[in-house]
Design a protein around this ligand. Structure first.
Ligand code: XLS
Ligand code: NI
Ligand code: NI
Length: 435
């Protein structure tokens, strides 16, 4: 096979290494809390950023060097990109990947032509996965790029657009199943509104739920047993996206009887756009049994865009891994770098530097989070903070067997409640001891 990257396979060399093309912390086989780093972290690379991201922004053209890509919509070009991608995954020691249907194969003039080229690409992906022992973390349908989806896909005012989206979802699910995908994502990029002046929100949400119910039916029909994930994001490209954050998604899923079929795929930069920390989003999902997968990236806090930067902040990776470990670790999910290099990091080598940076940051986050949990002081503090509930009365309230009058009588007897310090700064300092 031709080599497309003038970069050696990336090896673990340890924290003392000065080699920029080596892992300093990510050592796939190394055990952390009884499980290998590779099993804990389940890194994935997104085809759309890694292979299709050009570096273009609203003010300038693409900058990324992609000498293998002739820019055409030909089958040969689509197939060639796959070889490049698998060389990259191998050299970077990444076991999983994710795609949108339209990243891996182009949309052609008609639906049958489009599906036929997609099938050819999926045939080749099947071979490459086997040959290189790689797995599909999740697939998804791109329902936001084509102009027909400009006013939504599953929430479009136009039935014909809705039907088009339905067929595209069916096909993308079939391809995901064929490739042994461990999950399937719904990111509703344009499922929202630009303005309420022209929008029937109730109708749009009912239609979105109907689409997801049809997807559940199809999932059963083809025997796809991975979970569906909804990926929340509050805005961009729409003014308001319906799946705005974890809590909004959970409410929607419960309202429409979809909870048992869905988990959430949470992305850091989407959390911050929603005015939350990533840790908040993960916690809300985990408490509902819906922490599915992570789109691992970061943003620039004071900028307000979804800049999809590689995650290199140890406080962030530590907080993510704390929530993931406490939730019992990933099952079908993983850490998908939904991240792109900065426009100025345009060489093919930068693809490696970016992933090494993210993988090392998460390897450290994992070790730090595991050490914090094993140390136990943080969790013990939280447990002790709520210890007044470990009483007969506490249990009675939690079981829903108490009345306001009963509690009033209790309070009368007790007098002014005693409270203790929340010790936020002490705990922040404790966490810093591990970082
Ligand atoms: C965009 C989203 C998108 C999803 C997949 O902001 O993050 O890339 O992850 O459709
Ligand atoms: Ni994403
Ligand atoms: Ni994003």
């Amino acid at each position: 096979m031709a080599e497309y990257f003038n970069v050696p396979a990336i090896e673990f060399e340890g924290p003392q290494s000065r080699n920029p093309l080596a892992f300093k912390h990510y050592n796939p086989e190394e055990l952390v809390g009884g499980k290998s780093m590779a099993e804990h972290l389940r890194f994935a690379s997104p085809y759309w950023h890694t292979m299709r991201g050009t570096g273009a922004d609203p003010f300038g053209a693409g900058t990324m060097e992609m000498p293998w890509d002739d820019g055409s919509d030909s089958e040969a070009n689509a197939l060639k990109r796959l070889d490049v991608f698998f060389e990259f995954l191998n050299k970077c020691k990444i076991d999983y990947y994710c795609w949108h249907d339209r990243d891996i194969a182009p949309e052609l003039a008609t639906i049958p032509e489009t599906n036929a080229i997609l099938d050819k690409v999926v045939d080749r992906l099947e071979e490459l996965q086997k040959e290189h022992n790689k797995k599909l973390l999740w697939g998804t349908a791109c329902l936001f790029v084509h102009p027909r989806y400009g006013q939504g896909a599953a929430t479009s005012p136009f039935l014909d657009v809705y039907a088009r989206a339905a067929g595209q979802i069916r096909k993308a699910m079939e391809c995901t199943k064929r490739l042994g995908g461990e999950g399937y994502v719904f990111w509703g990029g344009r499922e929202g509104y630009a303005t309420l002046i022209n929008t029937n929100v109730k109708k749009e949400l009912d239609h979105l739920a109907a689409m997801l119910h049809m997807a559940v039916d199809y999932k059963k029909e083809i025997g796809f047993d991975g979970p569906f994930y909804i990926e929340p994001k509050p805005q961009e490209p729409t003014t308001h996206q319906y799946d705005s954050d974890s809590a909004a998604c959970l409410n929607f899923l419960r309202e429409y009887g979809l909870m048992e079929h869905f988990k959430l795929n949470l992305e850091t930069n989407h959390a911050t756009l929603a005015g939350h920390t990533m840790q908040h989003e993960l916690r809300i999902a985990a408490d509902a049994g819906a922490l599915g997968s992570v789109d691992a990236n970061d943003g620039t806090a004071n900028c307000g865009w979804d800049t999809d930067e590689f995650p290199t902040d140890l406080y962030l990776t530590t907080s993510v891994m704390l929530e993931v470990l406490r939730a019992g670790g990933f099952t079908t999910g993983g850490l998908n770098f939904d991240a792109k290099r900065r426009r100025d990091s345009f060489t093919t080598e930068d693809l490696f530097h970016a992933h090494i940076a993210g993988m090392d940051a998460f390897a450290r986050g994992l070790k730090i989070a595991n050490a914090i949990i094993e140390d136990g002081r943080l969790d013990d503090f939280v447990k002790a903070r709520y210890s007044s509930w470990d009483s007969d009365l506490g249990r009675k309230i939690e079981a829903g067997e108490c009345s306001l009058a009963e509690l009033e009588a209790y309070a009368l007897e007790r007098g002014e409640p005693e409270i203790s310090s929340g010790r936020q700064e002490m705990l922040e300092s404790l966490i810093n001891q591990f970082i």
